[in-house]
Design a binder for this molecule. Structure first.
Ligand SMILES: [Zn+2]
Ligand SMILES: [Zn+2]
Length: 358
């Protein structure tokens, strides 16, 4: 009993002195300085070394509200540059937290023009410009991208003018702050977006009917490959263009859970939500179907993203993934913001890391 009071007393003294110490301005300044140094340090260059293809999930969710996840965004790093497939809302915040350097922007590529895939386009352009991007931003997409870029440009025109006036042309040059739309027209079911000999980016049609156009992208870099489905049902073109890829990032919607949400919306008299929950069930892919796509395409690793809805806990994740193991017993991951894969060239290895840990 004496020992208990001794330990308890010591702990109490330590806690009280710690709390008092935190009230000291010099101690506060030291702690804040440490945080600033950590947050403003540049991202380790190894992320951009040209000996591997790397890919990070910068947004794993869809339109439904969820904590700690941005809407659709996949960052592919190749040849010293990074490419953003879809700028879902809040994804720019993730890139900022991970200290992705703006002068390494390759391009943005949009899969289609639902807001959960492009909500942050204006922010991404503004933030990378403000952080020192050294050229206008190329924005690739299917037919419609010109209109989207024009709209964001108009919405941000006043803000752009404020920043140039405030900081000066030498720091925020309006020419560099521009977005350049690059409309790609499919020839048949695909088109080459970029090809510099090392990196080849292919756009392919998917099926997100009644939304047209909607596309996915395949990145091939020095023998390694990553495919991003965008929004689609289970479709032959995704299988065709994912053939033997190292990693397939495929969207996933749990019809069980969305059906329950539809019923619950009806029960609570929210007919608007009930209608939307009903309508969205037929233009996405279930996790089981995504596993079938991965198997039929012979991909090594399947990562589910654009999670509808993103499971907030392990039990919800089990329901979301129900039946997947029967189709594909390994090589399936439920994506999260920060999940990163490293694919070294001249190798078949796949390594994983979490960018939030850097
Ligand atoms: Zn969509
Ligand atoms: Zn979507």
């Amino acid at each position: 009993m004496k020992l208990f009071f001794y330990i308890f007393g010591t702990l109490a003294v330590l806690l009280i002195s710690g709390a008092l110490l935190l009230q000291n301005p010099a101690v506060q300044d030291t702690l804040v300085q440490r945080e600033i140094t950590q947050r403003m340090s540049s991202t380790p260059d190894d992320l951009f070394s040209e000996d591997a293809l790397r890919v990070t999930l910068c947004g794993s969710a869809a339109p439904m509200p969820i904590k700690d996840r941005a809407a659709a965004c996949v960052m592919v790093i190749a040849g010293g540059k990074f490419y953003i497939v879809d700028t879902g809302n809040r994804s720019t915040n993730n890139l900022g937290l991970w200290r992705i350097p703006a002068d390494r922007v390759g391009a943005v590529l949009l899969t289609h023009f639902h807001s959960d895939h492009m909500g942050d386009l204006g922010e991404f352009n503004m933030m990378t410009w403000a952080q020192g991007r050294n050229a206008p931003l190329d924005v690739y997409g299917p037919v419609g991208v010109n209109q989207v870029v024009e709209g964001f440009t108009l919405a941000y025109a006043l803000d752009s003018s404020y920043r140039t006036a405030h900081h000066g042309d030498d720091y925020l040059n309006p020419t560099i702050g521009q977005m350049i739309p690059k409309e790609i027209r499919l020839q048949g079911d695909s088109a080459t977006v970029l090809d510099d000999g090392d990196l080849k980016v292919t756009m392919f049609a998917v099926n997100h009917a009644p939304i047209h156009p909607a596309v996915g992208y395949r990145f091939d870099y020095k023998g390694r490959s990553v495919v991003i489905s965008g929004d689609t049902t289970k479709t032959e073109t995704t299988i065709k263009y994912s053939k033997d890829a190292d990693i397939l990032f495929h969207e996933g919607l749990s019809r069980n859970i969305v059906k329950q949400m539809e019923v619950e919306s009806g029960n609570t008299g929210n007919s608007q939500l009930e209608k939307i929950m009903f309508d969205i069930q037929d233009y996405h892919t279930s996790p089981v179907e995504a596993a079938e796509v991965a198997n039929e395409a012979n991909v090594k690793e399947l990562v589910l993203y654009h999670l509808v809805p993103a499971p907030p806990n392990k039990v919800a994740e089990w329901v979301f993934m129900r039946g997947v193991k029967d189709v594909r017993s390994s090589g399936v991951t439920v994506g999260y913001d920060g999940l990163t894969y490293i694919l070294p060239i001249n190798s078949k290895d796949i390594y994983q890391e979490d960018l939030n840990d850097r």
